[in-house]
Design a protein around this ligand. Structure first.
Ligand SMILES: Cc1cc2nc3c(=O)[nH]c(=O)nc-3n(C[C@H](O)[C@H](O)[C@H](O)COP(=O)(O)O)c2cc1C
Length: 184
């Protein structure tokens, strides 16, 4: 089975971000195939007026998205919503053709948060992404394993992350066989 290239995107700029740590831990477990994106923190605030001549950071972000087989989004919940960082990064992809039909999986690292997760699904449906149901997981890291080192060292978290990489490959391969979009 082909190992798919994963772009793991955290919706938090916090130094000790659990979502960013999750993305980096996944890089450790999938070396050479997972990239932890640093693009969201470099993007300007979305402004359609800039579309005529998109800033370099926007071009870099879009190129990284296009090059990936799948996006893995890990967004915190702020006041029952998607983080502004994640929403801003997605807004830059709304009119980007390379995002249409892009396979996307979601990771929810907080057991008590569900509004942002559900909202993210709605946004991605609207953007015509291919939402990967089997590869979208809730992994209760908040309050437990909060650093990249702890996540990789913890047997059950490590197993869940390795399982996620296998499921991504299987789900994407199945999609390639089937052809048409699979949406929630
Ligand atoms: C301003 C703010 C608002 C938050 N609102 C919520 C919320 O509505 N629901 C929730 O479950 N957690 C909420 N949290 C907790 C964050 O989701 C949690 O701290 C998460 O770990 C942040 O992600 P990060 O560790 O990747 O930075 C909030 C945190 C902050 C700083």
């Amino acid at each position: 089975m082909k190992a798919m290239k994963v772009l793991a995107v955290a919706g938090s700029l916090r130094r000790a971000s659990i979502n960013a740590a999750f993305c980096r831990a996944l890089v450790q477990l999938g070396p050479g195939r997972v990239i932890a994106s640093e693009h969201p923190g470099r993007l300007p605030l979305f402004n359609p007026d800039l579309e005529a001549e998109p800033p370099a950071a926007v071009g870099d972000w879009r190129a990284a998205v296009q090059a990936a087989d799948v996006l893995l989004l890990a967004s915190p919940e702020y006041a029952h919503g998607i983080s502004g960082v994640m929403k801003n990064a997605l807004d830059w992809l709304v009119s980007f053709e390379g995002f249409v039909d892009k396979p996307v999986a979601l990771v929810n690292t907080s057991p008590r948060a569900h509004h942002a997760y559900e909202s993210l699904q709605e946004v991605l449906r609207t953007m015509n992404a291919r939402l990967l149901r089997q590869s979208s997981i809730s992994l209760p890291l908040l309050g437990g394993c909060v650093t990249e080192t702890a996540m990789v060292a913890d047997a059950s978290v490590r197993a869940a992350m390795q399982g996620l990489l296998r499921t991504l490959d299987a789900e994407l391969t199945g999609m390639a066989d089937v052809g048409p979009s699979v949406q929630w």
